[in-house]
Design a protein around this ligand. Structure first.
Ligand code: GTP
Ligand code: SPV
Ligand code: MN
Length: 601
């Protein structure tokens, strides 16, 4: 096999922080015997280690140093052009039975899969360095926090994990020496980055992940989608908590009243942007702060849901990010940022479609080819990403490190829908809210390989991330609801409805504050609403649309329920539930019948 990741040789004092937990040592020994690396590098998360790894990555062209004046301490990485997004068709949940994985997951038998993957991993790290990356997910003193170890032969993965998680000694300390302690085992090898030998496999019953043949984001930063969501959701159900594909934001009124809101939007449907929202001038005195931009771990305390962000950084979509759309993201990525698959300008700055200002006259595109504004190809890949530490975010919530988490007042679901779905509406109660989540749909995006723009059902934005049977997942949501004496209100939003001219009807981004304000008003029981078949709908005067340049017709279209479109939508809900082959709980079937009945009233 071609060695695309030659070994590196650290000086004394770097790469030698061995854990003391025997279970970890045994596992590393086993994977070492299998993959036969040149040497083992034990990461401790220190500054010195980071500097060494960056220097070696520059030597091996894994990273390109960016202009120190324009983007200090920042680097560009280009992944293989065949390897630029999550690949759902080679993502597997390997539970003992197919039923446990359920109708929405690819399943394969654990024993067969281990044996196939171990075959591919045999000698896979020959001539390479095997990195052992200890990390924790969650604030250091949270009861929700969990330990993971990722073995990888990719320096890019190590450098990214250092941004995205709390990495190194902190995890060794948290784990301690109990050989029976719970921790996640992640094994990653680039192999030769061949799409035909690319597999992302999860063994929830063993708290184990094996990912091979990719070097890209969600496929290989095993802390994120693999552990925090797929394995996380499996553990959450067993242990009575929730692992969700949700941003968490704080919103504070001028009087100092603060609420926290969690929102589940599918990949590349606006979580990072919503989490970093800056209220428009009209909302003078209102403040929005970010707790998390992608994942929420939540548990019940005193009958309320409390959420933590298990991550330590943001792995965000770059194209479209500008000072106009998301100033907080722009400030976050001005320094100490690892870019993947954006364009490189002649003065070693980064560029992408949708960045402020004029495009450069010449650049090197994400593939490494010459690019000019006349080129047919995009300069940055549509799923190009930044990895940046959350401490870079000027709007970081002060309670982001709080171990007990933040109390959630509202949960918002939202997809990317050109038609049918109104700007915002509220569920009648928790179970109706679960129905909204269970039936949400969204047009597919570049975050995963495959067709872009096709409407598909994506329950709770978890379709690609639920690590067990989706029917049991729905049941878990309803069980959580039964345990909540003070449940969050549940809403559905759609920033992406289009008018007859094919343009978005809603300005979105900062202006989403107007919708958020109504959500908060409803939580405070001051907001007005009309009863509609789909839920509580704001009338135009219930939304604060002052100083917004939008015409009456657009507002009416945004808030409208088109009965013809909804007849089609209702049929699709039924088709979706039917396609799940009998796993949908009775209560959700009942919710569907009630929805149909409300339309016939
Ligand atoms: P993942 O990291 O893949 O989970 O994505 P995400 O949900 O965090 O999405 P993100 O905020 O990165 O937004 C993805 C795309 O949607 C970007 O191109 C944004 O510019 C666009 N977008 C975000 N919010 C809005 C909005 O309110 N209106 C419109 N029209 N586009 C938006
Ligand atoms: C997503 O696709 O939802 C992401 C990006 O957040 S990745 O980490 O690649 O999964
Ligand atoms: Mn995501």
């Amino acid at each position: 096999m071609k060695n695309i990741a030659p070994a590196i040789f650290p000086p004394n004092g770097i790469g030698d922080t061995k854990p003391t937990n025997q279970a970890v040592l045994d596992w590393v020994h086993e994977i070492g015997n299998l993959t036969k690396p040149e040497n083992i590098f034990w990461c401790d998360g220190s500054e010195r280690e980071n500097e060494f790894l960056i220097a070696e990555s520059l030597k091996q062209n894994v990273l390109i140093k960016l202009n120190e004046k324009k983007v200090p301490r920042s680097y560009l990485h280009r992944s293989n052009p065949n390897d630029v997004a999550r690949v759902e068709k080679v993502t597997f949940i390997c539970t003992p039975t197919k039923e446990e994985a359920g109708p929405t997951n690819n399943w394969s038998d654990p024993a067969d899969t281990y044996s196939k993957l171990y075959g591919l991993l045999n000698g896979a790290m020959g001539g390479r360095t095997m990195f052992v990356v200890p990390y924790i997910m969650g604030p250091p003193d949270s009861p929700l926090t969990k330990v993971g170890f990722e073995i990888t032969d990719s320096k890019y993965v190590v450098l990214s994990m250092r941004i995205m998680t709390r990495m190194g000694k902190i995890a060794l300390k948290r784990l301690g020496n109990d050989p029976k302690a719970e921790w996640n085992r992640g094994v990653h090898s680039l192999l030769d980055v061949d799409p035909d030998r690319r597999f992302i496999c999860h063994f929830p019953q063993d708290n184990t992940i094996i990912s091979i043949g990719s070097g890209y984001g969600g496929n290989v930063l095993l802390s994120k989608k693999c552990f925090a969501l797929r394995i996380g959701s499996y553990l959450a159900r067993k242990q009575g908590w929730m692992a969700e594909h949700m941003l968490i934001l704080g919103v504070e009124s001028p009087e100092g009243r603060k609420h926290y809101v969690a929102a589940a939007f599918p990949s590349a449907c606006g979580k990072t942007n919503f989490a970093m929202l800056i209220p428009p001038a009209h909302f003078n005195g209102w403040k929005v702060t970010t707790v998390g931009d992608d994942i929420a771990w939540m548990e019940i305390r005193d009958g309320r849901l409390f959420a933590v962000n298990p991550e330590n950084g943001y792995f965000g979509v770059v194209p479209g990010t500008s000072y106009k759309s998301n100033p907080n993201a722009m400030k976050s990525i001005e320094h100490d940022t690892l870019y993947t698959n954006v364009a490189l300008t002649d003065d070693n700055d980064v560029w992408w479609e949708g960045k402020d200002g004029a495009p450069p006259k010449h650049a090197i595109d994400w593939r490494g080819n010459d690019w000019t504004p006349d080129s047919k190809e995009k300069a940055a890949h549509p799923n190009s990403r930044f990895a940046t530490p959350m401490r870079n975010n000027p709007a970081l919530d002060p309670d982001v490190e709080k171990g007990e988490g933040v109390p959630i007042s509202a949960i918002i679901f939202g997809g990317r829908r050109s038609d049918t779905v109104p700007l915002v509406y509220e569920a009648f109660d928790w179970n109706h809210g679960v129905y909204l989540g269970a039936t949400m749909a969204s047009e597919t995006t570049a975050a995963a390989t495959g067709t872009v723009g096709k409407v598909r059902r994506d329950p709770m934005a978890m379709l690609p991330f639920c690590g067990y049977n989706i029917g049991d997942y729905f049941r878990h949501w309803m069980d959580i609801g039964k345990r909540l004496t003070n449940p969050p209100l549940i809403f559905n939003v759609n920033w992406f409805r289009k008018g007859e001219n094919g343009k978005f009807l809603w300005p979105g981004f900062g202006e989403n504050m107007r919708v958020l304000k109504w959500v908060i008003d409803r939580c405070e029981q001051t907001g007005g609403a009309l009863k509609s078949p789909v839920g509580w709908l704001p009338s135009p005067h219930d939304l604060d649309l002052e100083e917004l340049d939008i015409d009456h017709k657009s507002v009416a279209d945004l808030l409208g329920i088109d009965h013809e479109e909804w007849q089609k939508e209702l049929a699709e809900h039924k088709m979706f539930f039917d396609s799940l082959g009998g796993v949908v709980p009775e209560e959700l079937q009942k919710q569907r019948e009630q929805l149909v009945a409300r339309f016939n009233e």
